[in-house]
Design a protein. Structure first.
Lengths: 124, 124
DNA sequence: GTAATCAGTTACCTTTTGGTAATCAGTTAC
DNA sequence: GTAACTGATTACCAAAAGGTAACTGATTAC
């Protein structure tokens, strides 16, 4: 594995910040996955994610469009419909998300799962 | 690559949330790397990261200790010193961080860089 | 005209996160 | 005893993120 270098201000971490800004927050990954799964329309996405409000969804979709994770197109018709579709670029996030998921799973095991815990001095 | 499944509430994403909670925020990764690089003491870590305040550092170190990313030991002596050392478990984050870094770098290229610009015109 | 659907926006509020500055407590050097 | 270093904690603020609920506009169905 590549070794991480330490320069003046660890500017190698700027991209890390970027990524965290783009997929961080409470809803972004949820929304992205919902769209990946085939939900295309605003209300459809909204309904697929419990507790997500229209305001937040609206804002997140804008961010995600800016970051080229989705494209938005308006279909003129009966009740006007918008269609959100994932970009190819968005697919490159799958690997990142799986890595996060993986680590989280192992971390959970590490923290709670080991019943033969060797850690006597756990402080509250 | 493993396919992502969609269940009732996408509970497979709970671990993703965990991970983001643990390494998210403005300072956690910075602090972790500083410690990986060999900074052991409170002031040492503080000084290695510009703009980081004692209050925030103090809080983040506690969180990181709780999450078993570092261990804290107090050495009694002259001016009392504490020593923070990275755990083996923390090392497993390297892969995750590199993945985030990688994606961020490529994303930057995608968004700004398509003119064969490497990294000259990076805006902060 | 009334209701209902789609796709949002707006105003207002609460919670979380981060930042500033002062202070505390212990110890050494002068 | 006063300053300076260590490792913090506390009180007080400011900004960002997130939540609630009402409302706009357009169109279709009744």
């Amino acid at each position: 594995m590549k070794k991480m270098e330490h320069n003046e201000c660890m500017s190698a971490l700027l991209p890390v910040r970027d990524t965290l800004d783009i997929i961080g927050g409470k809803w972004k990954i949820l929304i992205l996955i919902s769209i990946w799964e085939g939900n295309k329309h605003f209300r459809e996405i909204e309904r697929s994610i419990p507790k997500l409000s229209t305001k937040v969804l609206s804002k997140e979709l804008k961010d995600m469009e800016e970051n080229q994770l989705i494209t938005r197109s308006v279909l003129n018709g009966f009740p006007v419909r918008t269609e959100y579709t994932p970009t190819e670029h968005s697919k490159t996030l799958e690997k990142v998300i799986l890595e996060l998921q993986n680590w989280g799973t192992n971390h959970r095991k590490k923290i709670f799962g080991d019943k033969s815990v060797t850690n006597n001095s756990v402080h509250v």
